[in-house]
Design a protein around this ligand. Structure first.
Ligand code: PPS
Length: 275
């Protein structure tokens, strides 16, 4: 599996998506005040939030959001940050990076940041299926093997727990809004309304309802080939809370509970996660 990754500043990244040249170039990236950053560990729901923000922009501006780059900030060739200078505002920048690995201009220029979390058990299960199901991504062989590597942080973008600890100190920062996958599942319209308020958009109640209908798992999965190509149906796999119960053994459950207790239970994030 080591051929899957290259390590940059201590974190494994997928060789098919990231390069050290791009990481070096990222330091020169100039964020704008009206950039919208979506920060999440993989599989916590970033495509969901991306869709909601696209829809909100469309609702308030009537402009279909066009973005000619792969939406993850740290993926792609090292020239992308030059090209991005030409893009109209607001630019939406998804990222799986730690808070302190993002370019400082994001904080200096006070871009708005949505941080999306999902409980680590469902996140791990979603990540496992993604590797197993998508033909172009090497599979881990078995769930047990994936679980071992996930717990060690030997997966793309490293450890969920390190990512969580790193962001945990910044969830109440100015310009940061914390979002939970589980809250979106429970009350989509309310969450969309809060996201709109945070971004300074004022959609009507009717627009919020329309966006909610278009943002359910079923609606997004139905359109997933149109929006995400062949990978769509794998990306929008099941969309549920608690799917971990179908794969975790009792021992694995205990091991993750212990890891959670040791690393996150005392943090503000630990108290917020629906675990
Ligand atoms: S990625 O590859 O890291 O960008 O994946 P990401 O988009 O962050 O997360 C994918 C999981 O989010 C689920 N998803 C949704 N769940 C509920 N409702 C909606 N609308 C929705 N959109 C995406 C998606 O199904 C993946 O989770 P799993 O558990 O694998 O189904």
């Amino acid at each position: 599996l080591s051929r899957l990754f290259f390590t940059y500043q201590g974190i494994p990244y997928p060789v098919t998506m990231c390069t050290s040249e791009t990481f070096q170039a990222l330091d020169t990236f100039e964020a704008r005040h009206d950039d919208i950053v979506l920060a999440s560990y993989p599989k916590c729901g970033s495509n969901w939030i991306l869709h909601i923000v696209h829809e909100l922009i469309f609702a308030v501006s009537k402009k279909k959001y066009e973005y000619p780059e792969f939406p993850v900030l740290e993926c792609g060739d090292s020239e992308k940050y030059q090209r991005m200078k030409q893009f109209p505002s607001p630019r939406i920048l998804a990222t799986h990076l730690h808070y302190d690995k993002l370019p400082g201009s994001i904080y200096k220029n006070k871009a708005k940041i949505l941080v999306i979390f999902r409980n680590p058990k469902d996140t791990a299960v979603s990540f496992f299926h993604f590797h197993k199901d998508v033909p172009d991504i090497p599979s881990y062989g078995s769930w047990d093997e994936f679980f071992r590597q996930f717990m060690k942080g030997q997966v793309s973008w490293g450890s969920y727990f390190d990512f969580a600890i790193n962001w945990s100190k910044h969830l109440d920062d100015e310009n940061v809004k914390f979002i939970l996958y589980e809250d979106l599942k429970e009350n989509l319209a309310t969450e969309i309304k809060q996201i709109a308020e945070f971004l300074g958009f004022s959609p009507t109640e009717e627009q919020i309802q329309t966006i909610s209908v278009k943002s359910t798992f079923q609606a997004m999965r139905a359109k997933s080939q149109e929006t995400h190509g062949a990978v769509g149906p794998f990306l929008f796999r099941k969309g549920e809370v608690g799917d971990w119960k179908n794969l975790f053994s009792g021992t694995q459950n205990q091991e993750m509970d212990e890891k959670f207790k040791k690393s996150l239970a005392g943090t503000s994030l630990g108290a917020k996660l629906k675990y």
